[in-house]
Design a protein around this ligand. Structure first.
Ligand SMILES: Cc1ncc(C[n+]2csc(CCOP(=O)(O)OP(=O)(O)O)c2C)c(N)n1
Ligand SMILES: [Mg+2]
Length: 288
């Protein structure tokens, strides 16, 4: 852990507050990266920050930054690969690479491409960006673990708009067929996709029932409540012999009032002034 990144952590805080603060640091870090590159996906970075914080920094994922390819590690796949800014910030906070590298986001020859590249960056398990591919890869990995009698698990984080890609549902059928209870799908249910709300574009509801119909055990959780997320992630699988789907209810742009629930902030690039304002709202500083 690069504690130096979290300037105000000298004060004692409880576990939930600490994870929330880490998530807010991930948020401001991702926004700073987007400002640097003048490109990025602010809204989706902000909606998934608490989920990433709890998975990585809350100790849910069994991963070891000093051995990124440790065979027994849990696999995490960011299927919504456009939210690389939040993902990279999380990996750096966990210690997979120096926090200072975040300032190279999208520079020529940087390891930090606009979308994750498993050959470029330690901690990345799959190349993502084209939506609808993370779950099929995750199902293959989970099946591989099962066939080798390995105990590691596969977590995959998808967008909600992303679920309009049919490939997800082919993969879901396969997960059911093989009873992959080592597979955990987390849906970032922020109700927005590119340009509009999901329900105006292509209706997603009844989303939980759809996953159930495809053979998953489903739970819904407040995707901004670290304690609720920790409790859910600590009790997996929900049912033995069935894959799990956790629908995490989130707000796109969460934490920066300018951006919350605003379709334009899918791609929005914060100005320097907005970064200062966001830091004030989030109560953190980025000092890399
Ligand atoms: C196959 C494919 N089509 C289109 C895009 C362009 N695109 C990038 S993000 C995005 C919207 C994704 O919405 P959602 O899955 O809800 O993600 P989030 O709200 O978390 O940003 C789109 C259409 C893409 N990356 N891949
Ligand atoms: Mg969305």
């Amino acid at each position: 852990m690069k504690e130096m990144a979290f300037k105000d952590l000298t004060r004692p805080v409880d576990r939930s507050q600490w994870l929330k603060r880490q998530a807010n640091w991930i948020r401001l870090s991702a926004m700073t990266m987007t400002n640097h590159a003048q490109l990025g996906h602010t809204g989706g970075d902000l909606s998934c920050a608490d989920i990433l914080s709890v998975l990585y920094l809350g100790g849910i994922l069994r991963v070891d930054p000093s051995q990124p390819l440790w065979p027994q590690r849990d696999r995490f796949i960011l299927s919504k690969g456009h939210c690389a800014g939040a993902f990279y910030s999380t990996l750096a906070a966990k210690g997979f690479f120096p926090v200072e590298q975040l300032k190279t986001f999208m520079d020529p020859l940087s390891m930090l491409n606009g979308h994750p590249d498993r050959k470029a960056l330690p901690g990345v398990e799959a190349n993502t960006g084209p939506l609808g591919h993370g779950l099929p890869i995750a199902v293959g990995a989970a099946l591989g673990a099962r066939m080798r009698h390995e105990s590691w698990r596969v977590f995959v984080l998808t967008g909600d708009g992303e679920l309009q890609e049919g490939s997800n549902w082919e993969a879901a059928m396969t997960a059911q067929h093989y009873g992959l209870d080592n597979l955990i799908v987390i849906v970032d249910r922020n109700r927005l996709q590119q340009g509009d709300f999901t329900e105006n574009t292509l209706r997603m509801e009844p989303l939980a029932d759809r996953w159930r119909a495809f053979g998953f055990s489903v739970a819904e959780v407040d995707g901004h409540d670290p304690e609720a997320l920790l409790n859910r992630f600590s009790a997996l699988p929900i049912a033995s012999g069935k894959p799990t789907c956790l629908i995490a209810h989130t707000i796109k742009g969460k934490g920066f009032s300018f951006a919350e629930n605003k379709p334009a902030w899918h791609h929005g690039v914060p100005t320097r002034e907005q970064l200062v304002e966001a830091g004030r709202e989030l109560g953190v500083e980025v000092n890399w």
